[in-house]
Design a protein around this ligand. Structure first.
Ligand code: UD1
Length: 344
């Protein structure tokens, strides 16, 4: 019998890529998503890639009643991968209560049902944002968690604490918390990809939209940082590599190899790339040139961060393998495809 995995937020960017990798590994995937930032067309993309249409339920996990009825209608679930959350840093500053209400309630309702239904394994989608600006680079999982710079970041920190507290309380919940660095790119073939509603804030969607002429130029936020070229440094990780980290986490949990009730892993490449370096790599991969100018620093941005992913390499037997150029080419292919279909 294939193992059954519930993927909340599974029609979103990282969720859909993870659903593909889980299905490709023989898992039976059931997606729960409220479609607030995605649509059911993603399910067709997943089916075209894998040959299998995942189970799907449109559900608002902030509703305790709906979450209970969803989980009680399922039979023998092995694990939940919880992605469902709001994720815009800027929006979270404008609407903090929406972020706390959505991101905390959905996690609480999901864990509540996992405990009630005896579902033992949770993989949680966290972020390197919990480290703030680290004093020492690269960051390991032992680096201190700092005060979050945004309500979004704070929801990730508090969610990690909720998971920790539930484990300490004696419930038989086993969790892997994955702290993502900056996910970019799309599944090769452009059948699923990153499609934020409204104006994107993240760097790669802004670059690709500038490249197709939707925006006149890219504003590079700050060129006076203490980095070699003055622009911010991040650890950009291919989204399929990131998705594979979730499969590795599930493997570890379901095979009982986890050593602690809650395990935390950095999911990054280990390599820091500046905004200008990323821009140049995109121009090379897509064979286009991008108009850009320098603008003021973006409030809340940290100067530099990149991961030490060696714990995940060792314990999850996972490593980021896709090179940056290939990743950026996949982002470009997806954007061109969206433009052709009139979505962009
Ligand atoms: C942020 C969050 C991260 C979250 C992610 C998801 C922090 C510290 N990081 O990542 O936790 O998971 O959003 O949305 O809160 N840039 C430009 N011009 C642009 C857009 C971006 O120069 O038009 C620069 C930014 O200043 C930054 C880099 O590109 O230096 C990456 O920005 P972005 O893609 O928004 O990601 P983060 O802010 O690193």
């Amino acid at each position: 019998m294939p193992r059954k995995i519930v993927v909340t937020g599974g029609t979103g960017y990282i969720g859909s890529h993870t659903a593909v990798e889980l299905i490709n590994r023989g898992f039976n995937v059931i997606i729960a998503d409220d479609l607030s930032n995605s649509d059911t067309g993603v399910l067709e993309g997943i089916e075209k890639i894998t040959g299998i249409k995942p189970g799907f339920k449109k559900i608002d996990l902030c509703s305790k009643k709906d979450t209970a009825s969803f989980f009680s209608g399922l039979d023998r679930i092995d694990a939940v991968v919880h992605f469902a959350a709001f994720k815009s840093v800027a929006e979270s500053v404008e609407k903090p209560l929406d972020y706390y209400r959505n991101n905390l309630n959905s996690l609480i309702n999901v864990i509540d049902q996992m405990v009630l239904q005896g579902i033992p394994n949770l993989v949680f989608s966290s972020s390197c944002t919990v480290y703030g600006q680290p004093d020492i680079l690269p960051v390991t999982e032992k680096s201190p968690v700092k005060k979050a710079l945004s309500p979004y970041g704070n929801t990730k920190r508090v969610c990690e604490e909720i998971i920790e507290d539930v484990s300490v309380s004696g419930e038989s919940l086993k969790s892997v918390v994955l702290r993502y660095f900056n996910p970019i790119g799309n599944h090769p073939g452009a059948l699923i990809g990153e499609l934020p509603r409204g104006k994107p804030n993240n760097l790669v969607p802004v670059i690709t939209r500038t490249a197709i002429g939707k925006y006149d130029e890219l504003k590079v936020f700050g060129n006076d940082y203490g980095t070699p070229d003055g622009t911010c440094i991040r650890d950009y990780i291919n989204v399929t590599d990131l998705a594979r980290a979730h499969v590795a986490a599930i493997d570890r949990l379901v095979s009982g190899k986890n050593e602690n009730c809650v395990e935390v892993y950095n999911v990054g490449t280990g390599k820091g790339i500046s905004v200008l370096e990323l821009l140049k790599a995109f121009e090379k991969a897509a064979k286009v040139s991008i108009n850009y100018s320098f603008a003021d620093r973006r409030p809340g941005d940290i100067e530099k961060i990149w991961a030490d992913p060696s714990l995940a390499n060792k314990k999850l037997n996972w490593k980021a393998t896709t090179n940056l150029e290939e990743t950026l080419a996949s982002a470009w292919e997806w954007t061109l495809n969206c433009r052709e279909k009139g979505i962009l």
